[in-house]
Design a protein around this ligand. Structure first.
Ligand SMILES: [Fe+2]
Length: 773
């Protein structure tokens, strides 16, 4: 780093040194290595959205690096920048931090700006702390210095609120004496000082800069505050460089047997934050061979999705291969800095079972889902599958931007980044299939209507056919989720030039079909549910057979054609799995709250019935196990078409963090059943679902009503967790586990799983040659 030592800097450093006790002979002198250290390099960073890997900006779309400052783009309230690598962990030790702030243009409704410290979630974990709504403010509001509850006017008014703020903490018995000083940023002269003692414990947590402590929720287009020269020192603060998040955020890869001239094909996508036009636009992929790093290629970043994708044909799948991606970050001046992200491309699992972690639905009240994320790492799966809802619209706060496409994309990306932030440790070492669902495109339900734009957008984003969001944003969703998937089967885009992603991956002797089971689906406005809500049937006596009208679509002709070909194609594998978003049956009787009875939900794959039956008729001969998610209610069931139990089995996995709750309690609402499984659990057996579809429900993971506050206990209560499927191609069996949220899946405790799990299914049970009783 280059620091220009000007007279001004010397004055400021001397002034700050006095605060730390430097140069004094007093006993409270701070060791030399605790001196203020600049923690950013915005002065030499190219103008751009993404402010650097040491920080998380709240929300990302409202900040820019601009002319050497970080500039908030709005005067809306509580826009913040958190350090992700430095937390205040030891409030009994001294600390000091300073920052220069100003208004780039006069602000009418000045909500103030400065530091916020002691920001922490119920976990006091650095990622979750970024979204906590507490903390102690220490800054400038109008002409007053504020420090917690203390407030004191400056000696004279500062033009554009341009000051150098310094916050110092010193322990005094069981409290910390905080001193906030404002100085003239040009000559270092003190212009104000305020002090306050606070309990030590209030200081623990993240440290942040805030533009507009107070302000409207609505995003106003007037620029807010800007900051530069953020410096930190003192032993109260722990520095953990490993927590840096970017510029390489994470990678995802797939490995698939093309069964053609390309042999096994590795596809890998690296993601960076949104960079500037003057930043380096290339990412490099290297692998380690004979202890040497060998470059396999460079890939250009897509300037909307900020993904760089590599495709390497004729991959040696027999050996595990260490890889790393390199991004060389350039600056306006000075040396570039290379960032690395590394992992391992696993060998193709042969001669042993393939172990798949299957996950869905991460509601950010449980962010960063450490019990699940850590358990996936611990289980060391051969492959990972995310079946959708990698985010919800409310993720990270600060609302949805739906239009126009540019800010909508940034609004999407920072929500998606929370997914990678949580699961990147597992994804670096295993092939990952990741498909988007409704919430990923900012819709509560998606009925894709072959890519059509939604009409009557004002009536909500969930009860009408078509896509609500600009096609460019939808395509960014597809790129960020699926660009590393094996080549798509039939990549022709749909309406509005929206991309498609169906196809297959052949790995470990198993073929995985990957579908977008809602991309062509008909909208609910094509039928009348009689409930006032287009997608829900509430009346128990409503005849749902009238909802099955000719011409209604579930998978669409192109995906049906793919599935027909896939079901007959047994090259290079002996077992099959179908991966899609949701279950082809209505396995929920109560929605939203414990007594929220619902006869039928058109958003499931149970509707339209004829198209549902046709899809199952196609996949029956594949003997595929269907693995899906979406429901926030784990289930194992077997589909029936002409008769009960004549078709494939489905495993709907538990949600990573279940939000909206669902229950399957058919016995309580008098739904008749036959042939209850031998285990005798309530609510199991052969049923007709709310649409009249035949379904044999073998097990469900009904949630409790949530009462607990701490996020991980709450997620556990709500039936969260993850699925695990072991596919044994020698024995031709699938073993299904559904682990609860807050358990150790390796300790053998029988209560780790939901009632009815684990279960082992033979391959041929997926075409009705039943053994399970
Ligand atoms: Fe969901």
């Amino acid at each position: 780093m280059i620091i220009k030592v000007t007279r001004r800097v010397v004055v400021i450093l001397l002034a700050l040194g006095a605060f730390l006790g430097l140069g004094r002979k007093r006993s409270q002198a701070v060791p030399a290595d605790d001196r203020l250290k600049r923690i950013e390099q915005w002065d030499r960073t190219h103008d751009r959205v993404w402010i650097g890997g040491e920080f998380w900006s709240n929300p990302m779309e409202d900040w820019r690096v601009q002319d050497g400052w970080v500039q908030c783009q709005t005067t809306a309230g509580n826009r913040s920048i958190h350090s992700v690598t430095r937390q205040l962990t030891d409030p009994g030790s001294p600390f000091v931090m300073s920052v220069e702030l100003s208004q780039s243009a006069p602000i009418d409704n000045d909500g103030g700006a400065g530091f916020r410290i002691g920001v922490r979630s119920d976990l006091n974990e650095y990622r979750s702390n970024c979204f906590a709504k507490n903390g102690l403010n220490a800054g400038l509001v109008g002409n007053d210095l504020i420090l917690g509850k203390a407030r004191k006017p400056l000696k004279d008014k500062r033009a554009n609120s341009h000051v150098l703020l310094t916050l110092q903490g010193k322990t005094q018995e069981n409290t910390c004496l905080l001193t906030l000083t404002a100085r003239d940023a040009t000559n270092g002269k003190e212009v104000g000082l305020v002090q306050q003692s606070v309990p030590l414990d209030t200081l623990k947590g993240n440290i942040a800069l805030v533009s507009h402590y107070q302000g409207t929720q609505r995003r106003v287009a007037t620029p807010g505050y800007r900051f530069r020269n953020w410096k930190i020192g003192g032993t109260a603060i722990t520095h953990r460089p490993k927590q840096t998040f970017g510029p390489l955020l994470w990678t995802m890869y797939s490995l698939s047997d093309s069964r053609g001239k390309d042999g096994f094909v590795l596809k890998l996508t690296a993601l960076t934050g949104p960079l500037g036009k003057d930043d380096n636009q290339e990412v490099e992929l290297q692998v380690k061979r004979l202890d040497e790093w060998v470059t396999l290629g460079k890939a250009k970043l897509d300037r909307e999705a900020w993904t760089a994708t590599f495709r390497i044909a004729n991959w040696n799948e027999k050996e595990a291969t260490p890889y790393r991606v390199i991004y060389e970050q350039s600056f306006k001046e000075g040396d570039p800095i290379a960032d690395h992200w590394h992992g391992s491309i696993r060998s193709n699992p042969m001669g042993r079972p393939l172990r798949l972690a299957a996950l869905t639905c991460q509601n950010d009240y449980a962010f960063p889902y450490e019990p699940v994320a850590n358990n996936v790492v611990k289980m060391d799966p051969d492959m990972i599958y995310f079946s959708g809802d990698q985010l919800y619209e409310g993720h990270g706060g600060f609302g949805i931007i739906r239009d126009p496409a540019d800010p909508a994309i940034l609004n999407y990306l920072r929500k998606f980044y929370q997914f990678g932030w949580s699961f990147r440790e597992s994804m670096r070492n295993a092939p990952t299939i990741c498909i988007p669902d409704d919430h990923d495109v900012f819709q509560g339900n998606i009925w894709g209507e072959a890519g059509a734009a939604m009409k009557d957008q004002d009536k909500g984003a969930s009860s009408k056919g078509g896509y609500r969001e600009p096609a460019r944003m939808v395509n960014v969703v597809h790129m960020t989720n699926c660009s590393h998937h094996p080549d798509f089967y039939d990549p022709q885009p749909v309406e509005q030039d929206i991309s498609v992603y169906f196809g297959d991956m052949v790995y470990g002797g198993v073929s995985f079909a990957i579908l977008g089971d809602r991309q062509w689906k008909s909208g609910p406005e094509r039928v009348e549910t009689g409930s006032g809500r287009a997608d829900h049937v509430r009346d128990k006596d409503f005849d749902t057979s009238v909802l099955d009208k000719p011409g209604l679509v579930l998978l669409g002709e192109r995906q049906e054609a793919f599935l027909k070909a896939w079901s007959k194609d047994w090259r290079g594998h002996t077992m099959k799995v179908l991966l899609s978003q949701t279950v082809f049956a209505g396995v929920a009787t109560h929605h939203g709250n414990f007594n929220g009875y619902l006869k039928a939900d058109l958003d499931s794959g149970a509707w339209p019935q004829t198209a549902r039956n046709r899809a199952i008729e196609i996949i029956r001969e594949s003997m595929a196990l269907h693995i899906n998610g979406d429901q926030h209610l784990a289930s194992i069931c077997q589909y029936g078409v002409a008769k009960q139990r004549d078709s494939n089995w489905s495993f709907c996995t538990p949600a990573i963090g279940a939000g909206y709750p669902r229950w399957w309690r058919p016995d309580e609402v008098g739904m008749p059943h036959q042939n209850r499984p031998q285990h005798g659990h309530a609510h199991t057996g052969e049923y007709l679902d709310g649409f009249g579809n035949k379904v044999y429900v073998y097990a469900t993971g009904n949630p409790e009503v949530a009462t607990k506050g701490p996020r991980y206990e709450r997620a556990h209560q709500k039936g969260s967790g993850f699925g695990f499927v072991t596919i044994d191609t020698e024995k031709r069996i699938y073993t299904l586990d559904a682990f609860r949220f807050n358990v150790d899946p390796t300790d053998g405790n029988l209560n780790n799983q939901f009632p009815g799990w684990p279960i082992t299914l033979g391959q041929a049970e997926n075409n009705g040659q039943n053994r399970v009783v």
